[in-house]
Design a protein around this ligand. Sequence first.
Ligand code: 5AD
Ligand code: SF4
Length: 455
Amino acid sequence: MTELLKKRLFIKTYGCQMNVHDSERMADVLRPLGYALTDRPDHADLVVLNTCHIREKATEKVYSELGRVKVLKAARAEQGSTMIVAVAGCVAQAEGAEIMNRQTAVDLVIGPQSYHRLPELIARAHRSRGERLAADFEAEEKFDLLPMDRRPDGVTAFLTVQEGCDRFCTFCVVPYTRGAEFSRPAAAIEAEARRLVDKGVREITLLGQNVNAYHNDDGGGLAGLIRRLARIPGLARLRYTTSHPADMDEALIAAHGEVEVLMPYLHLPVQSGSDRILKAMNRAHTVDSYRRTIDRVRAARPDIALSCDFIVGFPGETDADFEASMTLIRDVGYASAFSFKYSRRPGTPAAAMAGQVDDAVKSERLAELQALLEAQQRRFNAGQIGRALPVLFEKPGRHSGQIIGRSPYLQAVHCQGSVDLIGRIESVRIFDSAHNSLTGLRTPVVADEPAGEIA
Ligand code: 5AD
Ligand code: SF4
């Protein structure tokens, strides 16, 4: 990786006033990625030719300009610098692939319909050169952080198996700040998991920004990794987070039905229940494909607890779009969920979108959505009353003689017991529930349901 440097952008605009306007827009969306305009093409890290089709021989003019740019690009390469060359505008729209074939100096071609994807395309072009952008992103927000600090050490641990993301959801900074998707070798992960287990860890959560995009050197995806880790003696529970619906493959779904140590809990963010909004978010899945994935997961593991992320007030979200999210929530039924007001992150395509939603509207929608999700979570928790659940004890409770553990469904479970129980999995008969926790009594009776192992 090279140093994070400010970048210079040269735009040559052909044709009409519309193109002049588009060039300004392109400069605007690229500014947060560290690009400042220059009038010297020979100094530019990025050259954009914003073309026009109207006048005769326009295409030929573009090719001859590209010939000159190619010379500049070669000169920069000799000095050890790089130059990205993009062709935008109507010629790009009309000629597309032809331009890339005829002029090898061109790195990307982008038509006027796709300018909102420019940050993604430029980030990808830099990545292919092993470079990072001096992106003007604010300090990391809650969205960008993996839940590293949620459960420190002890009997449960996080293990990062994958970093970065190539999905480029239009609201998200991760593909810019964390860079390209990278999966760690399976052997290194297994060695780390074994070390954790030797130190007394009984439950491991596999972590990644897009963890189910994990692909390993022996050809298996996340399912292969889970099956490999499931063989480690002493490792009683496995979880993974966070997943993308489009990366939920059949092998992973099957693992939920077959791998005993894989806990019946899945955090699978959908973000919105409206196809129109999902498209604007560049989510690569529809509401229907998400519903079908959920159906398949439930067929494999009927008792699975589902968790989700939702965004309200994404640019252009109407009352009807919001209602579609509410309908989806009602239909699916979640055990827990996270929900956020859309927050404008400079540099991401959605920040430049029209139709930004008023904060008061976002707050109203968030309150309504959270009330529904909270009711579902309470219902899910209340549904455990009377059941005996295998609980992995993690830490002493606030009151003396109290101990806290987790159910297979990631619920906190409070009960009476000594700290000697920490690290053990025992059956707990649940007699009370609240929004965020369950209360029960340890029982000598073996759990009457299939989730997890009884130590
Ligand atoms: N605004 C609101 N929510 C966001 N998230 C990520 N970026 C944004 C943003 N700009 C949410 C998504 C994601 C979770 C980790 O954070 O729901 O799944
Ligand atoms: Fe961000 Fe997740 Fe989308 Fe990747 S899949 S861009 S990490 S929201």
